[in-house]
Design a protein around this ligand. Sequence first.
Ligand code: CFM
Ligand code: HCA
Length: 539
Amino acid sequence: MSEKGKMKADIFRDTIMEKYPPKVLKKRKKQFIVREADPEQSIQANVRTVPGIITQRGCCYAGCKGVVLGPTRDIINITHGPIGCGFYSWLTRRNQTRPGDNGENYMTYCFSTDMQDQNIVFGGEKLLRQAVQEAYDIFHPKAIAIFSTCPVGLIGDDVHVIAREMKEQFGDCNVFAFSCEGYKGVSQSAGHHIANNQIFKHVVGTSEEGRTGRYKINLLGEYNIGGDAFVIEELLEKCGITLVSTYSGNSSIDQFASSHTADLNCIMCHRSINYVAGMMETKYGIPWIKVNFIGAEATAKSLRKIAAYFEEPELEKRVEEVIAEEIVGVEAVLEEIRPRTEGKTTMLFVGGSRAHHYQELFKELGMEVLAAGYEFGHRDDYEGRRVLPSIKVDADSRNIEELKVEQDTERYRPRKDESSREELEQQGLSFSSYEGLMPEMENGSFVVDDISHYEMERLILEYRPDVFCAGIKEKFCVQKMGVPMKQLHSYDYGGPYAGFAGAINWYREIDRMVGSKVWGLIGAPWEKNRTLHGRFVAT
Ligand code: CFM
Ligand code: HCA
């Protein structure tokens, strides 16, 4: 972006901020920044949302039950709480699966204890025991997981004792629980952390019967939204790389149980699953690298990175053959589409990793990212620094030092001994753990953490991007402003977008969206008739 563009961005940011009362302003201006060339530029993230601001965020229970555990087909997930928590989190995430040989798939069910007033007053433990027993009697699953909702924490039901006792009683069914009450932490990020800890503690390492192969990896942080994991599975297979487990798209509990038999952990969504990677590194010595299968170039780069890790010429050769084969189709489609998308603009506000990953796909289309940010990413996700894990694993036993829900990034400052990405590159060292959203963004673009609805409207009205990417809560507001909107969580019934095949789907989708004339017809009658004129947005 030009110097003039950067100046405009600075001024515009100040006009947005000046509407806030002083205390809110102080906080928001650390989270709403204009990108500078400074590699040390930092942002505030993973802090409590200002009350009254309309946030995109979800809760701890959503992060634990919905996000991390939701896509595993053969664990019965029981929501201990009022029925709404179960119902509104019931498979809304488009995480797909292929049931294994035994056809076991509980993902389409909604299990809840349906807590009532009397359970809140007299306790819900009896109800929970009953529900676990009933699930066991009807389905005889390999595993049952219990998820606490807000009231459970408030009344003090001991879900862990119940899980332990029922597991002992059944003998052939792993029962474990999550203290993932919705109010914990500042967002769904706390739920990821809790989910990681409990899977590690109760499942990882309990079976030695994993897939065999020469190059064995786990894919961490890939949730098979719209079939993404299917594409990646196929690609790895083609390259001769054995996938032991995916956390947790298209997964089963047995895959988690034997995931410690892999040689390497490849992390897609660092935010949601880095804790498992850290714990596996400490306990089993399995190293981890970051990968990104969103974008054709990113996919090629990730495959090469995996091959480079194994240092086997045979694998490197096979990977190059696969890339060469796949890239032909990608280039043909890009050649047709790119003249229509080149120079168009976008904004991305989503989750804790996609706002970064999807920038690759827009770059391939020649589109400019004007603004981006996460709902609940931490500073390491933005700045591309490595924050040391906050959990210690006892190498000799299965004990994890009790979880401290991570809220430390507000206080986090770059440590003196922490080498920058440039320094690492100079030393010829891998900087894969140092990738993040901000290093990829242009000088003068906006980086906004936990964007509020008001800020989103102001950005759209001022810059009118050709396509806006976020979630269902934003979708219709954005469309009513006459801007095409692509959901990056659910893909709006579309996808897959991962790998080479997915990139082609994406190019075609964005081409259709930015080329559509319908968005110019959205103006309401009162916008044409002065006497009916109302203010579009409170500024
Ligand atoms: Fe990771 Fe995700 Fe994301 Fe996430 Fe999510 Fe999701 Fe997301 Mo919705 S695990 S951080 S908590 S990539 S559910 S599959 S789309 S917000 S950007
Ligand atoms: C969640 C799940 C969500 C919500 C999507 C959205 C998802 O946060 O609980 O707001 O559109 O991807 O399904 O992120």
